[in-house]
Each structure stands twice: as C-alpha cells, then as structure tokens.
Design a protein. Sequence first.
Length: 200
Amino acid sequence: MARPKEYDEQEVVAQAVELFRRRGYEGTSVRDLLEHTGLSSSSLYAAFGGKEALFVEALRAHAAVEREQLHAQLTAPGGLRANLRAVFDDLIAELVDSENASSLTLRAAVEQAASMPPVFQLLSDYVQELTTMLADRLDAAHRTGELHLAHPAADVAHFLLFSAYSLGFVAKIDRSRERLTAFTDVTLSVLDAPAPGGSR
C-alpha cells in the first residue's frame, strides 16, 4: 500500500514562491528549497521533477494570484482611471519598502525568460491574458466617455502593463517615491488624450 503524502503540494508551492521571490532562481539552491519546504530530496523530485519544474509551478501560482488581484483592482468602484492610479500607487508602496520581496513574474521576466523556454511561454501567455483583461476595461471606459484613447485599447493596455514592469526595474536603482510617482504620472497621461472636438 502506498504511503500517504506527508506534505501539501499547494503549501510547498506557496513556500517556494516566497523563497524564489526573495532570492531569485539562481540564488536558490536545491538545499535551500529542501530546508525551506521541509521536503526530502526524493519527495521534491517525485512530486515536482526538480528545481526548475518547481520554479515553473511557483511562477504559475504567483501569476494566478497577481491576475486575480489585478482583476479585483480594475473592477473596484471608483472608475477605471482611479483604479489604474491605485494599481500603480500600490506597486510603488511595495517597491519602496525594501523589506518586500520582488514580484516573481518580474524577476522571472528579467532573469529567466531568455534562458528557460517554459518560463518564456508562461510569461507570454500571462501578459496576453492581462492585456486582454485591461484592454476590455479600457475599451468599455472609452465607449462610455470615461476615457478618451488616442490609440487602440490593446496597445494602451500593453503600454500600461510594460510600464508597470518598468517601474519595478526603475525601483531597483532608485527607490525615490517622488521619482516613481513622476514616472507613473507620465505613464497614466496616456489616458488623457483629447476628446473628439478638442475638449478633454
């Protein structure tokens, strides 16, 4: 009779997320994973296939959480403009706190996407999902007159999402809240295109 598992795979993945967020993929050894999760070496390889496969599962889990958080932020009361400002303000608050771990999707995009095809594919699909979600909200706000877009909603969505990732990069060399806020002001000015007829 097979022995019952002595660990919860979802909990192991959640613990791996936090470790990879803090240390990155290269900075996390198999020994680190075993010590942090409490798994044995045989359990790690039997359940996940090794460090790289566990990293991909951790990245997938973290991306799902971020996707749900963004959806909640974009659909909150107050209008899309205010909601997008809140998304960037929350990101700035997280980035200026040096005690906070980095977004795993951001770290993976910068550190692993070029060298790990499964990570590249996962992030490509993830960004497309976020782009579609945001583009739908932008298009709806444009149709109701809440926003006036000078470019297609999908292009604006891509710009905003990549700007959010760029904010994470900027914060690695400059954690000035004022500088990050100014970056955000310029980014969100894309929502201030003149309305038809020249008025705003």
